[in-house]
Unconditional design. Structure first.
Length: 449
């Protein structure tokens, strides 16, 4: 899915959130032995190399808690088909949890994970900013567009696409949406970049909070795009936007129903797409049923979703690849009201990946909901031994909830105070003012109570 979805719609769970936040051990987290020679967490080195070699810089900004990021690492960036592209860019990966990457994030803010940048090292300017997952073929189109923008080539719709990419890379979502709309309007019906331009337009419209326009664009443009992973991405993005349209908007109910139908079509086995993306469509459809007040329908879909996830996890080639599905297995189990169904998988992940903070952090959440408060507190402690950066704030906030459930109000107050102090030690790119404000509000309410 081009935009990370978990926690955008259902608050407090552990997916790729649209809020700012070594968790996994370095060998399992890195791209190596992938076919692309990524430099890890060293923007200065990568920038210098790109300048010296006269190449654009490709940047993968990711986070250990982001299931889509981990899916890209496990299933896409390991694909041998990418080896032939190794010389086209200098490659950099940036773990946004790492405090040492604060300067990069101040310069190139990230609002959804993963985000891929193609940068011009001569001006340190973003030529392309692409949010979310991509298949190998989608990456190859992205490489071509980035190189074209770097060389200043292209005309007609290609030039408009490059301009829209650059504006979105600069964080100008509304302007990017206008230019990308123009590109689609002027392009011939068989334009080879139509799918990517549509995805980029929908992301820009979402970023500009033009949710109704985004939803209606998806419905209007999807018939012009052949069935593919890009079609499914666009359908999911349209549904995401449709869920954001206020219920009192004229035609909102009918709009959402039409987009739900597109989402169901995206689940067709005839469309080849990454399992993580298919899971993202399930998540949106579940949320659409919940928003419509159809709890039985939401639970029925969640059951299908969890069955799908269990099957994908069972065939994952490595423990690291299997953990891609952990957060969504947890989410589906919670929608079903059966949190215990996700516990064995997370316990196995913690055993297999002892350096990863995510399994114990998620277990702490599940144990709390199961009333296993001693286990929840112990799991939280294990997560805190590993987590850093913005995600540590989430773990501390969850820990305070566990302590409150145990009747330990003073301990919960101290935990929130620790979280606020830690947040203020981070840059605003890793601990946003809004995140600090939420912690302070939670602390004030607890003290008042």
């Amino acid at each position: 899915m081009r935009l990370p979805l978990s926690s955008l719609l259902i608050v407090g769970l552990w997916g790729c959130a649209a809020t700012r936040s070594p968790a996994v051990s370095e060998p399992s987290a890195a791209h190596a032995p992938a076919p692309l020679p990524f430099i890890e967490n060293d923007y200065a080195r990568a920038l210098a190399e790109a300048k010296a070699r006269g190449l654009p810089l490709f940047v993968d900004t990711w986070a250990p808690w982001c299931h889509t990021c981990r899916s890209m690492k496990a299933y896409v960036f390991t694909d041998a088909a990418l080896a032939k592209h190794a010389g086209r860019f200098v490659w950099l990966e940036v773990d946004t949890d790492q405090p040492r990457n604060a300067d990069f994030l101040e310069k190139y803010p990230v609002e959804s994970w993963p985000t891929f940048f193609i940068l011009d090292p001569r001006e340190e300017k973003a030529l392309v900013r692409f949010a979310g997952s991509a298949t190998v073929s989608q990456l190859e189109k992205l490489f071509e567009d980035g190189e074209r923008a770097y060389r200043g080539e292209g005309q007609g719709p290609e030039a408009l696409l490059a301009r829209g990419d650059a504006l979105y890379g600069e964080g100008k979502s509304a302007e990017a949406a206008d230019i990308l709309s123009q590109a689609l309007a002027e392009a011939p019906a068989d334009w080879s970049r139509r799918s990517r331009a549509l995805e980029s337009l929908l992301v820009a419209q979402y970023g500009a909070k033009r949710h109704e326009a985004c939803a209606r664009t998806a419905l209007a443009e999807l018939p012009k795009v052949p069935p593919s992973a890009s079609w499914a991405n666009a359908a999911g993005l349209g549904l995401l936007c449709g869920l954001r349209v206020p219920a009192e908007t004229p035609g909102a109910k009918e709009l959402l129903a039409a987009l739900e139908e597109k989402g169901r079509q995206a689940l067709s086995p005839d469309i080849t797409m990454p399992a993580d993306d298919r899971s993202g469509v399930y998540e949106l459809l579940v949320e659409a049923r919940k928003q419509s007040g159809d709890e039985p329908g939401a639970k029925a879909l969640a059951g299908q979703w969890l069955t799908f996830l269990d099957a994908e996890a069972a065939r994952a080639p490595t423990p690291e690849a299997r953990t891609v599905f952990d957060s969504h297995r947890m989410l589906a189990a919670l929608v079903l009201g059966e949190p215990m169904r996700a516990v064995p998988a997370l316990e196995q992940s913690e055993k297999d990946l002892p350096g990863d903070y995510n399994p114990p952090a998620r277990l702490a959440n599940l144990y709390r909901q199961l009333g296993r408060l001693d286990d929840a507190l112990a799991a939280s402690t294990r997560a805190l031994e590993k987590v850093q950066g913005g995600r540590r704030l989430r773990v501390l906030s969850e820990r305070a909830d566990i302590q409150l459930a145990r009747g330990e109000r003073d301990a919960a107050i101290r935990t929130l105070e620790e979280a606020i102090a830690y947040a203020k030690s981070l840059s605003s790119a890793q601990a946003s003012p809004a995140a600090v404000e939420r912690l302070e509000k939670k602390l004030a309410e607890l003290k008042k109570a």
